[in-house]
Write a protein that binds this ligand. Sequence first.
Ligand code: ASP
Ligand code: MG
Length: 422
Amino acid sequence: MKVFKFGGASVKDAKAVKNVANILNFFPRENIVVVVSAMGKTTNALERLTDAFYYQKESAESVLAEIKKYHFDILEDLFPDKNHPFYTELNNTFVELDWAIEEEPSPDYNYDYDKIVSMGEIISTKIVSAYLNESGVINKWWDVRGLIQTDNTYREGNVDWDLTKHLVKKDLLPFFDEQGKIIVTQGFLGGTSENFTTTLGREGSDYTAAILAYTLNAESVTIWKDVPGVLNADPKWFDETQKLDQISYQDAIELAYYGATVIHPKTIKPLQNKKIPLIVKSFLNPKEKGTIINDVQSPLPIPSFIFKVNQVLLSISPKDFSFIMEENLSDMFRLFAERQVKVNVMQNSAISFSISIDNDERKVPELIKTLQKNYKVLYNENLELITIRYYDQATIDRVTVGKKILLEVKSRYTVQLVVKNV
Ligand code: ASP
Ligand code: MG
């Protein structure tokens, strides 16, 4: 059994969806779980829709109309016959969104967010599944919310592994009773015991693929992407990038944790636990080898860079000039955890503690205000965080040209630099 994950870019238009069929045709006798994300930038559009609905900033109806048009344009290309019964089915699916935005907002923004944003994956999988069946790639559409069970932490559902394992074994596994069977299911989504919809965190579809691979004991997971594999740097920020042929689970976790966007950080652990290889490959050149992440020990042959913009550096010190001690630190970390603030890098001295975090306007101002009750807080915005795995001085010098280093944390294999353009 193989698990394939197709992200938003790989299903962003009709041509891309057709390409998914081509790829699956290379694997005629395999059992395959196909995990699909929302099409293109649909999740962002649905976030806009949620805000429009919840805060009444703009017309929810017109945002929804845009989303609908985008999908129906793709559909018309895939199904030229407008009398095809799938048109009615997709219309009915969109009705769920019509209803969602007609209701009164619930007291919990995150609950409404998951209800609305999750529709991106429901819609994309319906289209992909229907098109594949139409073109001869016979498959069954599967609602992942009946398999992956989470608690009701909306927008960041925590997986109930025992229950998920049980449901996958009981319901999904028997489906694969002979060779060559395919299911198409949603990335990013989960369900609660009360049948509410949750999501697993932005870009969570990779994680879905890993959860299903783990619970099915799959032989491998393949993430089909618009890049040839895992590169040592994001081509968005660096001109010269190199593809890495093989990466250890440990390096993959480190790179993902520090913000390499190729793989969702939670993806590696379940795969590592069962030694299931993760292959990152180009959907444009499916014959090329890509990158394999597996149980090797060797370090990466070249330095890898991860670049995060929009950082804010907070320097926190107790007002009474007392030391930064365990109590102060646990007090601060409790605050970070409660507010879901992820610390990207930290450093402490006797009387001050510094962290770099993403400058999220929904979290940071409130966090600073709360901290200021007990601490003096200095902050510096518009910074960049550069992480180099397997660094050397030459690469540090190269990436810091024209930048001032405000904070530097070095460990044996990794250096992190918070910098400002000068
Ligand atoms: N569609 C979701 C997102 O864009 C999940 C994913 O693509 O992995 O965040
Ligand atoms: Mg996406």
